[in-house]
Design a protein around this ligand. Structure first.
Ligand code: SIN
Length: 196
């Protein structure tokens, strides 16, 4: 799949004639909502887990030294908590650019805390995209996140903001909190050694 998914996403016209739609965010879209929205509500999607298995060449890393950011991995019986935003279809245009490093718009049912549900969209980076890194030992992933950085800032900030945002939503997720713990540890070691 192309490294830049903007054009592929523009072909996904599902909600073009709608007044609004629900967008589900599970990574930076939870804590960095720098786009207009009409409403936002915590929501879950079923059958997915959040994993730091996607490479970032454009935001939290570089092509030479990619960072690691979140994607969704299918897992039966799982549920992923995130933030749903009600947006107008035009808002997807800049978001397609923000998410262009391998993420494709995916249709998914969203489940809200009041028991209601709605069909919506999420940006999903699947294993066949050029930036996908996949699973690695937690320590290796943490070390990579601790040192990577790109135009949007240090990779560790992405992870630590996400950990904080999930805590605000009332959840601690082992994959995220264990990575964050190891990244902090790595930082403390580096500080003790006088390394930036
Ligand atoms: C998302 O947040 O929903 C997609 C991944 C990201 O931009 O971090």
């Amino acid at each position: 799949m192309a490294l830049d998914t903007t054009a592929l996403n523009r072909r996904m016209t599902h909600f073009d004639d709608h007044d609004d739609l629900w967008l589900f965010g599970y990574g930076s879209l939870i804590w960095k909502a720098d786009f207009p929205f009409l409403e936002r509500r915590p929501a879950r999607i079923h059958g997915w887990v959040r994993r730091f298995w996607q490479g970032s060449h454009d935001h939290r890393g570089t092509p030479e030294a990619p960072g690691r950011v979140a994607t969704l991995i299918a897992e039966e019986g799982a549920a992923c908590l995130g933030m749903a935003y009600r947006i107008t279809p035009e808002t997807l245009r800049p978001l397609d650019v923000r998410e262009k490093n391998g993420y494709l718009r995916e249709l998914t049912p969203l489940h809200f805390e009041d028991g209601t549900s709605a069909m919506g969209l999420t940006y999903l980076a699947t294993a066949d995209n050029a930036a996908f890194l996949g699973e690695a030992p937690l320590d290796d992933m943490a070390r990579q996140i601790a040192v990577a950085g790109g135009p949007s800032g240090p990779n560790r900030d992405y992870l630590l903001h996400l950990e904080a945002a999930l805590a605000e939503l009332g959840v601690t997720e082992e994959h995220v909190s264990e990575l964050a713990r190891r990244v902090r540890e790595h930082r403390n070691d580096a500080t003790a050694l006088g390394v930036q």
